[in-house]
Design a protein around this ligand. Structure first.
Ligand code: ZN
Length: 260
């Protein structure tokens, strides 16, 4: 029952997120009424706007103009739903890296669903438009700060220092590469992610981001999908690495410590 509830809630939040990210990238106000079709601009009726199911029912086409609706909508909806369910099912796996999490009880699940929600939002906007919205980063930091503050955590100052140092690390890279390697969005994103992970797993997190980035970069070059001049957004690597560390950080530290 809980799994079904979280899946449906995830679909609804995912639907909101797919519209929100689209509007953020195209400068359309969020308050501006209902969703509309990208090609014919006709509003989408409520019965055609039920996440995932309408898309499958209409076979990915607009009811009015029959143009294909971008697969990003059902993809974002499904990924969000899957994230909410996974957070619940894998919840105890987070405890090793976030020992303060059990003290929050059910609120901890809410926090990680929220972190997942923002993660997907940043992943999407950075992939599609190379933008990491400040509002996403700010909300993520604010909410994480409040949850950690009211948890059993006793390392607040250390946590804030880790956030600052991680961010400075990316800022130095940004300045050294004159913005070609890291964007300022990555510099800001390091604040909430470094804050949540804390010491020492933040080091592994940055390390793994670069490993994933290099693997993807080489794969893109070899497959001819990118040249050396192509700009690849770094935010998605930071996000994926964050979740890898959140789930497997403890074992990663064990494997990596002998090499440091
Ligand atoms: Zn249409």
């Amino acid at each position: 029952m809980i799994v079904l509830f979280l899946f449906v809630t995830g679909l609804v939040f995912g639907s909101f997120l797919s519209a929100l990210t689209w509007r953020m990238m195209h400068d359309v106000s969020i308050a501006k009424g209902r969703s509309f079709c990208d090609s014919c601009k006709k509003p989408i009726s409520w019965y055609d706007n039920i996440p995932l199911f309408s898309y499958l029912l209409l076979q990915g086409k607009c009811r009015h103009c029959h143009k294909k609706i971008s697969a990003r909508y059902p993809l974002i909806e499904f990924t969000t739903a899957l994230t909410f369910v996974s957070v619940y099912l894998l919840y105890s796996m987070f405890f090793e890296i976030f020992p303060w999490l059990p003290s929050l009880g059910i609120a901890g699940i809410v926090l990680f669903c929220f972190v997942g929600f923002i993660s997907i939002g940043i992943f999407v906007t950075d992939m599609e438009e190379m933008i990491i919205p400040d509002s996403f980063v700010f909300l993520l930091f604010l909410i994480s700060f409040l949850f950690v503050l009211f948890s059993s955590d006793t390392n607040m100052w250390q946590r804030l220092l880790v956030a600052f140092v991680s961010s400075m690390f990316f800022l130095i890279l940004n300045l050294a590469t004159r913005g070609r390697g890291m964007g300022l969005g990555d510099v800001k994103l390091a604040l909430p992610l470094g804050f949540l992970l804390g010491f020492p797993v933040s080091i592994v997190w940055i390390f793994v981001s670069f490993i994933i980035g290099s693997i993807v970069g080489v794969a893109l070059l070899v497959s001819g999908r990118a040249t050396k001049k192509t700009r690849v957004p770094f935010g998605p690597f930071m996000i994926v690495s964050f979740w890898v560390c959140a789930l497997f950080g403890a074992s990663l530290i064990q494997y990596l410590t002998p090499y440091f």
